[in-house]
Design a protein around this ligand. Structure first.
Ligand code: ATP
Ligand code: MG
Ligand code: MG
Length: 378
C-alpha cells in the first residue's frame, strides 16, 4: 500500500496510524523520541528532530503525503517537505495556528470574534494595555499547550512579573472572560473544498487541561451550534485549509460566542468520534491525505469522553494502575490507552469514551468511569 507520513509521534499520531493502517496504508512517523506513542505502532519510525534535513528527506522520499499531529512542528520543516511531497495542512496555515498573535489577528480579520486582547512584545505594551483587560491571562504566543505558558494576572504589575518570568518572549494579554461554558467544533476539509463538521462538543477544562468532553453539547442551543459550525468553516476556508482542524470557543452570557484558539490537527475534544461517529477525525485526516472522499461525520450515539491523566495512577496514596476492568463494567465504556509507561500528574495517558443509547445512559456510564478514575464528575 501507499505510505503516509506524520511529523510528530504523540497519541494523536498513534490514533492516526490506527486509522491509516485499517484502511491499508502504511505510516512513517518522524519523531526524536524512541518510545513515543506513535513510534510503537508506525510501520517506520524515523528517529530525528523535526528540523533534521536527512530525516525530513527520508520521510518525503517514502511518503506520497505528509501531515502533522503536533502543532509546534517548525513551519519551515513543512515548507521543506512541500518541495518533495504533498503536505497538508500547508505550512502557512500551521504557522498561523502556532502563534497566538497571528492566530487572533487572522480570526479577527475574517470577522469572527475573539477574546479582547493586546499583543505584548515589550513591557511598554503592558503599560499601554487597556484596563479592561484586567483581570486577564498572559499567554506566551508560541509553544504553549495544556495551559502551560499562561499566567492569570490581576494587574499590570502582575502582568509585568509574569512577562519577565516567561523570559520576555512575545505574549498576548487576554481579558479573563466569564465563561458560561466551552465548546469546540472539529472540521475536515478536503482538496476539492468538500467539508464535514462534527457536532458541537462541550468541554470542561481543569487546570488548563481538557478533562471531559460531552457530545453533542447538552447546553449549546441549536442557534449556538449553527453559528459555531459556520465560524469553524469560515476559519478553515479562509486558511484554504486541507485536513482536520479544531476551533475552540467560549460561550458567554447571552449566547455570545468567541473563538479561544484553533488547532491544525485532530483534537482531544474530537476523540469521541472514534467510537461515536460514522467516520473518526483520524480517518478524515487519512482520507484528506490520501485524496479520498471524506466520510460522514454524523454522530451515531451520544458520548462522554474522559481524559485519563497520570493523576489516576496516584489516587490510592501509592502508585497503581487504575482498575481497568472495573472501568469497563458498564459495557458502554471504550478504553483507549496511548502506550505511555511513566504516569505523571497532568500527563495524558489515555481516554475513555462512554457511550449510551441515550445521553442519560452515556452520562451514567461516564459517572461510573469517573468514580473509578478518581475524577470529579461532572
Ligand atoms: P490547549 O491547546 O491544550 O487547548 P492551551 O494551553 O492552548 O490549551 P487555552 O486554550 O488558551 O490553553 O486555555 C486553556 C483553558 O483556560 C481554556 O480552555 C479556558 O478554560 C481557560 N481560559 C483560557 N483563556 C481564557 C480567558 N480569556 N477567559 C477565561 N478562561 C480562559
Ligand atoms: Mg492551545
Ligand atoms: Mg485550548
Amino acid at each position: 500500500g501507499d505510505w503516509l507520513g506524520l511529523l510528530g509521534g504523540g497519541q494523536l499520531g498513534r490514533m492516526f496510524c490506527h486509522a491509516a493502517q485499517s484502511m491499508g496504508y502504511r505510516v512513517a512517523v518522524l519523531d526524536p523520541i524512541a518510545s513515543c506513542p506513535a513510534g510503537a505502532v508506525a510501520d517506520l519510525h524515523i528517529r530525528a528532530d523535526y528540523d533534521d534535513e536527512a530525516g525530513l528527506a527520508q520521510l518525503a522520499e517514502r511518503c506520497r503525503a505528509v501531515t502533522t499531529e503536533f502543532e509546534n512542528v517548525p513551519a519551515a520543516s513543512l515548507q521543506k517537505l512541500a518541495e518533495r511531497c504533498q503536505v497538508s495542512p500547508a505550512a502557512g496555515a500551521v504557522a498561523i495556528a502556532q502563534d497566538r498573535i497571528a492566530e487572533k489577528g487572522y480570526i479577527a480579520s475574517i470577522g469572527v470574534p475573539v477574546a479582547p486582547y493586546a499583543e505584548i512584545r515589550a513591557e511598554s505594551d503592558i503599560e499601554a494595555a487597556p484596563a479592561s483587560l484586567f483581570p486577564g491571562i498572559l499567554k506566551v504566543a508560541r509553544l504553549g499547550y495544556d495551559g502551560k505558558g499562561q499566567a492569570r494576572v490581576a494587574s499590570a504589575a502582575e502582568a509585568r512579573a509574569a512577562f519577565a518570568s516567561f523570559g520576555g518572549v512575545p505574549c498576548v494579554l487576554e481579558a479573563m472572560l466569564p465563561l458560561e461554558f466551552e465548546v469546540s467544533v472539529v472540521v475536515a476539509r478536503g482538496f476539492d473544498g468538500e467539508v464535514m463538521t462534527y457536532p458541537v462538543a462541550e468541554n470542561v477544562h481543569r487546570d488548563g487541561i481538557l478533562a471531559i468532553t460531552t457530545a453533542p453539547s447538552p447546553r449549546a442551543s441549536a442557534d449556538i451550534a449553527r453559528r459555531a459550525a459556520a465560524a469553524a468553516l469560515q476559519v478553515a476556508a479562509g486558511l484554504d485549509y486541507h485536513g482536520v482542524l479544531c476551533v475552540e470557543f467560549f460561550v458567554l452570557a447571552g449566547d455570545r460566542l468567541v473563538v479561544n484558539e484553533i488547532a491544525p490537527r485532530p483534537h482531544n475534544s474530537g476523540h469521541y468520534s472514534i467510537d461515536a461517529c460514522v467516520t473518526s477525525q483520524f480517518e478524515q485526516q487519512v482520507r484528506v491525505l490520501a485524496g479520498m472522499p471524506l466520510g460522514l461525520s454524523n454522530q451515531m450515539v451520544p458520548a462522554v469522553m474522559l481524559n485519563i491523566l497520570g493523576d489516576a495512577w496516584f489516587t490510592q496514596g501509592g502508585q497503581a494502575e487504575p482498575a481497568w476492568s472495573e472501568l469497563l463494567q458498564t459495557g458502554t465504556a471504550k478504553l483507549h490507552l496511548y502506550g505511555k509507561t511513566d504516569a505523571r500528574p497532568g500527563r495524558k495517558m489515555g481516554h475513555v469514551t462512554c457511550l449510551g443509547l441515550d445521553s442519560e445512559q452515556a452520562r451514567r456510564s461516564a459517572a461510573h468511569a469517573a468514580a473509578v478514575l478518581g475524577i470529579a464528575f461532572p
